[in-house]
Ligand binder design. Structure first.
Ligand SMILES: *[C@@H]1O[C@H](CO)[C@@H](O)[C@H](O)[C@H]1NC(C)=O
Ligand SMILES: *[C@@H]1O[C@H](CO)[C@@H](O)[C@H](O)[C@H]1NC(C)=O
Ligand SMILES: *[C@@H]1O[C@H](CO)[C@@H](O)[C@H](O)[C@H]1NC(C)=O
Length: 182
């Protein structure tokens, strides 16, 4: 009962939210100690359903973010549980911090740029991926959280933010089984 009221109230509040998010962070100034470690990938918003295809194959995803010593590079390791077989697969990406644009550039994918958004005192991080050139073009926003479940509030806020960015296709990882070990 209380929960239902609370959710209705949140929706009401959201109607009055404005599209003012000023929490973009320069990749070079990311506190590497604070943001290292384990993250759960919880949901993604994109400009089209097509851009979500590969995410729909995931039941859950956990990541380990490790800054590389004395370099402007970040290592991201992932364990993805596939929704069909429930098997875990391993993936790894290397990000370079571009000190001019302050974006992250994925090794081997120079056309893909990644911007970072963080909220103070909040255990989540948002990555906005944009690829405007090449065979595939897309924009997508991804929510990573320290916890395996997003609060109702952070989920609503994510949807609102995605809406502000015209990212209308949304996918929430089902997490039918426990995340893989990482
Ligand atoms: C970075 O984060 C760590 C851990 O949260 C904290 O102890 C440290 O003070 C932070 N550094 C800066 C420069 O904010
Ligand atoms: C970026 O930073 C590196 C290391 O500090 C430096 O060697 C390089 O010249 C910088 N590049 C630009 C474009 O400022
Ligand atoms: C979203 O779409 C509207 C209408 O097409 C446009 O005016 C606005 O600039 C777009 N916003 C973003 C962030 O792309």
């Amino acid at each position: 009962m209380f929960r239902e009221l609370w959710e209705k109230l949140l929706y009401l509040i959201m109607l009055f939210w404005q599209c003012k998010y000023d929490d973009k962070m320069d990749a070079g100034s990311l506190n590497k100690t604070q943001y290292s470690g384990k993250w759960h990938f919880l949901m993604v918003a994109a400009d089209s359903d097509n851009s979500l295809l590969k995410f729909r194959a995931m039941d859950s995803s956990v990541f380990l973010l490790t800054p590389m010593d004395d370099t402007e590079m970040l290592l991201l390791q992932g364990q993805i549980r596939l929704s069909q077989s429930m098997k875990c697969i391993t993936r790894q990406w290397t990000y370079h911090i571009n000190n001019e644009t302050q974006e992250l550039i994925l090794e081997g994918q120079p056309d893909l740029k990644t911007e970072i958004f963080v909220k103070k005192n909040n255990d989540c991080i948002l990555l906005l991926e944009t690829q405007e050139k090449g065979s595939e073009t897309f924009r997508r926003l991804m929510l990573y959280d320290r916890s395996p479940t997003a609060t109702k509030y952070s989920r609503l806020e994510f949807e609102h933010r995605a809406n502000c960015m015209n990212l209308s296709a949304i996918f929430v990882l089902e997490q039918a089984q426990a995340p893989c070990e990482i």
